[in-house]
Design a protein around this ligand. Structure first.
Ligand SMILES: *[C@@H]1O[C@H](CO)[C@@H](O)[C@H](O)[C@H]1NC(C)=O
Ligand SMILES: *[C@@H]1O[C@H](CO)[C@@H](O)[C@H](O)[C@H]1NC(C)=O
Ligand SMILES: *[C@@H]1O[C@H](CO)[C@@H](O)[C@H](O)[C@H]1NC(C)=O
Ligand SMILES: *[C@@H]1O[C@H](CO)[C@@H](O)[C@H](O)[C@H]1NC(C)=O
Length: 356
């Protein structure tokens, strides 16, 4: 931990942004993935890190337990079809990357594939995009998983580079090739919140096998890699067919660039944007459509909004956003990490593991 903090300090990352955290809030380790190498090798720097290698036996066991508890037995044959012919069904670099991770961790390729789909569909979260009084856009998120205990140990921050330059950055887990939180420097930031639509496994896998739809986290990574403007990112996220409904929360580098995209599988149902001129200086999404009241048993929206209102537009910055995301129950026992980003100040991007 101290070595990690020291490394970040030496990179000048923490010196630029001082977020007051408690001793238990540990900034995650940062790695570089070289996109110019073959996909099979992309994640080797993470996988081969001795600190991560140590955790692989626990990861193996936890991954197996998680899969048994969340994946319905009737879809396992479909998953086998998918895994047996990965290149046929999943685009590059994802197929090659999963093979490389399976090879390096010794975890069965089928399990790696399942993990990637499970993470995509079970993320409970809070995401906020806000514009401060000076016009700077801030984007913060908590990622909550009911089975997140082992994920905290394998949470990493990755700079995806080409020719030595960071094309995009993402918070991820070892074994996970998609992106649920990411930034294209000076352009946009994206987070994904789950939008629960009941029984989705069969539909989702059929769509994947028919190559009619994308995994949400793959779309985010492709958008980070390929969209060269905020508007291009919004278009892509709003209108690319997906295997399941989801919320995309997007922040830009310019004034008023911030939106919550409510998606069904085919297209955007709603795009709710910042409108600072009319007083809407932040948009906030948990896991419920913003136009309906969240259920009483899971109302993280009201406490988060109250904390934003109390902080006020003059008071919002990286550290006050972190504080908002630390208010109970926005921060809860399932929260695995908090990430803070600001597309116009890419060096701000950091992620802290949150222990219950
Ligand atoms: C699997 O790993 C071994 C070394 O551990 C390497 O020689 C081999 O090329 C790898 N295979 C793939 C498909 O990445
Ligand atoms: C996480 O790692 C710590 C050591 O750093 C270990 O004590 C703990 O058991 C691990 N937790 C899980 C759930 O893997
Ligand atoms: C926050 O402020 C907005 C705008 O003034 C108001 O509509 C909303 O009810 C407030 N929410 C909470 C939870 O304080
Ligand atoms: C962030 O805003 C808070 C008020 O919400 C203020 O106390 C703090 O000094 C600010 N931090 C920075 C680094 O500007």
């Amino acid at each position: 931990m101290d070595a990690c903090r020291a490394l970040l300090m030496s990179l000048g990352v923490l010196s630029l942004i001082l977020v007051p955290t408690s001793a238990r809030d540990v900034p995650v380790k940062r790695y570089v993935v070289n996109l110019d190498s073959p996909p099979e090798e992309h994640f080797l720097p993470i996988c081969q890190d001795p600190g991560i290698q140590e955790l692989i036996p626990i990861l193996k066991k936890d991954a197996k337990d998680m899969i048994t508890s969340v994946v319905p037995a009737e879809v396992l044959p479909l998953l086998e079809v998918l895994t047996a012919d990965l290149d046929q069904y999943l685009p590059q670099p994802f197929a090659g990357e999963m093979r490389g991770i399976a090879n390096c961790t010794g975890i069965d390729l089928g399990q790696i594939v399942i993990l990637n789909i499970v993470y995509d569909l079970t993320a409970f979260c809070t995401s906020i995009v806000a514009q401060d009084s000076k016009g700077t856009i801030w984007h913060g998120r908590n990622l909550d998983y009911g089975f997140g205990d082992f994920l905290r140990n394998i949470t990493v921050l990755i700079d995806f580079q080409t020719k030595g330059q960071t094309l995009y950055t993402s918070t991820s887990y070892l074994g996970y090739v998609g992106a649920l939180t990411g930034q294209r420097p000076n352009t946009f930031t994206i987070t994904v919140d789950e939008r629960d639509q009941g029984a989705w496994w069969m539909n989702a896998l059929e769509a994947l096998l028919n190559k009619q739809a994308s995994l949400m986290s793959f779309l985010v990574r492709e958008t980070l890699a390929e969209a060269d403007s905020y508007d291009a990112a919004i278009q892509r996220l709003a209108y690319t067919p997906l295997i399941a409904p989801v919320y995309f929360i997007v922040g830009g580098a310019n004034v008023a660039e911030g939106a919550v995209i409510t998606r069904d599988r085919t297209s955007a149902l709603d795009i709710w944007t910042l409108n600072p001129a009319q007083g809407r200086w932040f948009v906030l999404e948990t896991n419920y459509d913003h136009w309906v009241e969240p259920p009483a048993h899971d109302n993280r929206r009201a406490p988060a909004m109250k904390a934003m209102n109390t902080t006020g537009q003059d008071g919002i910055n990286a550290s006050s956003m972190f504080q908002v995301l630390s208010v109970h129950p926005v921060l809860n026992k399932d929260t695995t990490y908090t990430a803070i980003m600001s597309a116009a100040q890419p060096q701000v991007y950091n992620t802290w593991v949150r222990w219950p």
